[in-house]
Design a binder for this molecule. Structure first.
Ligand code: PRP
Length: 182
């Protein structure tokens, strides 16, 4: 069997209702903090795309958006620690109030890479919003300015998050029992 099973109700870790409430709250914080400015949201593909789409629709100030594609080398995306860009930004971030939008913060290697790469382009500010934070898994000491949910070390799928590219479409966030975090 090349993938785990997602049983609906028993394995739901965070329901779509809870997600919606929390995303709205995060958007309200961001609206308040950036009032009078136009933040530039950079969504990290692919996992963050659904979160980003919901987040911007709850933000009540003008924003601009872009996307950055990222991939990791090695059999497991979280084991090699080597990250590279698969899709670059479309527009300059120089002087912009940049807000990185991530679906999950795990070891922190990806975010460290992103902060290093984006800082070179001289944004005015660089902050991070992540829907999920697996703080107990951190190897690199990075942190997000806005966190939706802190979760324990379980493998989660749905709401943009995948296992072998599957399950991104699920509206809730589920624990995938058969998969273990490497
Ligand atoms: C996930 C997530 C982060 C990264 C976090 O991406 O979107 O970018 O892992 O892990 P880290 O803190 O250990 O670096 P993933 O590699 O699963 O790719 P995807 O977004 O395309 O699903």
């Amino acid at each position: 069997m090349d993938h785990g099973t997602v049983d609906q109700a028993p394995d739901i870790l965070i329901s779509k209702f809870e997600i919606e409430q929390r995303v709205a709250a995060l958007a309200a914080e961001i609206t308040r903090d950036y009032r009078g400015r136009t933040p530039h949201l950079v969504g990290i593909l692919k996992g963050a795309w659904i979160f980003m789409a919901d987040l911007v629709r709850h933000i009540d100030i003008e924003v601009t958006v872009d996307f950055l594609g990222i991939t990791s080398y090695g059999p497991s995306p979280h084991s090699s620690g080597e990250v590279r860009i698969t899709k670059d930004l479309d527009v300059s971030i120089e002087g912009r109030e940049v807000l990185i939008v991530e679906d999950i913060l795990d070891t922190g290697r990806t975010l460290r890479f992103l902060e290093e790469v984006l800082t070179v382009h001289k944004p005015h500010t660089l902050r991070v919003v992540t829907l999920l934070d697996k703080r107990s898994r951190r190897i690199v000491p990075v942190h997000a300015d806005y966190v939706g949910f802190e979760i324990s070390d379980v493998f989660v799928v749905g709401y943009g998050l995948d296992f072998n590219q599957k399950y991104r479409r699920l509206p809730d966030i589920h624990v995938l029992r058969q998969a273990t975090s490497p």
